[in-house]
Design a protein around this ligand. Structure first.
Ligand SMILES: [Zn+2]
Length: 508
């Protein structure tokens, strides 16, 4: 076997990443009953062994911060840590996916629902007693079977990261490799929760009363699913025109929804398909799958727009970029493109043009979407604060379910359940990517408005500009670098424009 070089790391790293992504796509879309990750890890031992890790750590430590070489080494090291940790957890992941795709919840009255479809069934259940029964059955099954698997995975991943000598602890390693500051972001989240508390208190009761006929003291997370499902607007968001509406908008902004065959849409119901939509690039930029399991109504429009943003990004990356810039990097960037598109669901001009909303119900819908935005931002701020606590140095994992319920319930008012403490937990701080993407998408929107006007989404020059200026670069740049590059006056990312936008929506 030849010596490990940067080129070998890239070539084999890419082949490994492609194989892994394809296996995940097949299993999560319900086309395979389980995933077989371990044979893939075995095939690529050379880029997943000690030598590869040491090679990458050395590269990271020897390159000059600020240089292109250092940027590349940082991306490769983050990928190495993630892949090496996942390698030792592949058996756990396989077991979890097989469990998820076959598990069934059963209520005390004998009603059965596939575990994967539980969130859909709860959101669609109009009878509150039935909704609570379903949620109780879901929580019982999670507590007994799913939560222990997740807890083991989280603990083992943390132990692995701490065993690699990059920085002193889990959180410090995250900061060192991503260039983010968890402390600073957590402080921003705490401030956001404080700054929006009175707005939240003023807004929530009316929505609970009007949509569900319940009080603040009664509201649970299962009620939140039903409230945000907003089935009263289903007629405005028909499933039959979902894909065509989004494709029409893309055509109007000078884009092809299928990116000349590079994006493959998998939108239909299939047993074993995850309820959470996802975008799986299997070759970047040539082959990108967009997978969605319809829930019905407005959520499907939001989700399709979101995943479309990811798919367009991956399918338009320059082919000649190296592996690390096409496949790796700061996922806040791809999430910001996804959110830029899903935020059209809060854009009056977009809604009137591409949905069946009309002048009689658009204002009420916009107020609901302001409420929804505030809810999700508060939920994600709560999630980050909880996860920082969970990954802290002296945390006793047994105390986390109570900490989870307290933190998330305080942030959202909806009563959370201890059973979800390790399931509603994205490893490796993925919630930081969403939070920063939220901030970046509002700057991207401002920039598009100043360049292409308020209805940039139907300006035929806007799509080609996005390919050229944003998507073709992959994730070479960090979210901050993109914010500085595209915003006039180099605005920094913050929650301030999001709060202004929510205030405007609520005052519609
Ligand atoms: Zn996303």
């Amino acid at each position: 076997m030849s010596a490990l070089t940067l080129q070998v790391l890239r070539d084999e790293g890419q082949a490994f990443t492609e194989d892994l992504s394809r296996e995940g796509y097949l299993a999560h879309s319900g086309q395979k009953p389980s995933a077989e990750f371990q044979p893939i890890y075995d095939r690529y031992k050379r880029v997943l062994g000690r030598e590869a890790l040491e090679f990458t750590v050395d590269l990271f430590k020897s390159e000059v911060p600020g240089s292109e070489e250092h940027r590349r080494a940082r991306l490769l090291l983050e990928w190495q840590l993630e892949s090496q940790a996942s390698q030792s957890l592949a058996g756990l992941d396989e077991r979890e996916i097989a469990w998820e795709s076959s598990a069934v919840i059963q209520t005390s009255e004998g009603r059965q629902v596939q575990y994967q479809a539980a969130a859909i069934a709860i959101a669609n259940e109009k009878d509150r007693d039935q909704r609570i029964l379903l949620d109780e059955a879901r929580a019982k099954l999670i507590e007994a079977e799913h939560a222990p698997m997740r807890l083991e995975r989280l603990q083992r991943e943390k132990e692995y990261i701490e065993s690699v000598d990059v920085a002193s602890g889990y959180n410090e390693t995250f900061d060192a490799i991503t260039g983010m500051s968890l402390k600073a972001l957590a402080a921003e989240c705490a401030a956001f929760l404080r700054d929006t508390q009175s707005m939240w208190d003023d807004t929530l009761p009316a929505h609970l009363r009007r949509s569900l006929g319940i009080t603040r003291a009664q509201a649970t997370r299962a009620d939140a699913l039903a409230l945000l499902r907003a089935s009263e607007y289903d007629a405005a968001f028909p499933g039959s025109t979902l894909q065509a509406s989004v494709a029409r908008q893309l055509t109007e902004m000078g884009l092809d929804a299928g990116a000349n065959g590079r994006i493959i849409y998998d939108i239909g119901d299939r047993p074993g398909k995850r309820s959470r939509a996802f975008c799986a690039p299997t070759r970047v930029p040539q082959e990108v799958y967009l997978v969605l399991r319809p829930h019905g109504g407005q959520n499907d429009y939001t989700t399709l727009l979101h995943e479309t943003g990811h798919a367009l990004h991956f399918a338009n990356v320059r082919e000649d970029l190296p592996f690390e810039y096409r496949w790796l990097g700061d996922n806040s960037v791809t999430e910001s493109y996804a959110m830029l598109f899903d935020h059209r669901m809060k854009d009056k001009g977009w809604l009137l043009r591409y949905t069946e909303l009309n002048k009689n119900n658009i204002d009420a819908f916009l107020r609901l979407s302001g409420f929804e935005e505030l809810h999700y931002l508060r939920r994600y701020c709560g999630k980050l604060l909880y996860e920082v606590e969970a990954y802290g140095d002296n945390t006793d994992w047994r105390s986390l379910p109570d900490c989870y319920v307290e933190t998330l319930t305080r942030a959202t008012t909806f009563q959370y359940r201890t059973a979800d403490a390790f399931v509603d937990f994205d490893p490796r701080y993925y919630c930081t990517r969403y939070l920063r993407a939220w901030q970046l998408q509002s700057l991207l929107n401002e920039s598009l408005v100043s360049r292409f006007d308020i209805d940039w989404f139907r300006n035929p020059a806007a799509g080609p500009w996005m390919i050229e200026e944003l998507w073709s670069e992959g994730q070479r740049e960090t979210a901050e670098e993109i914010a500085t590059r595209i915003s006039s006056g180099g605005s920094a990312m913050s929650f301030a424009p999001l709060i202004r936008n929510i205030e405007n929506l609520l005052a519609t």
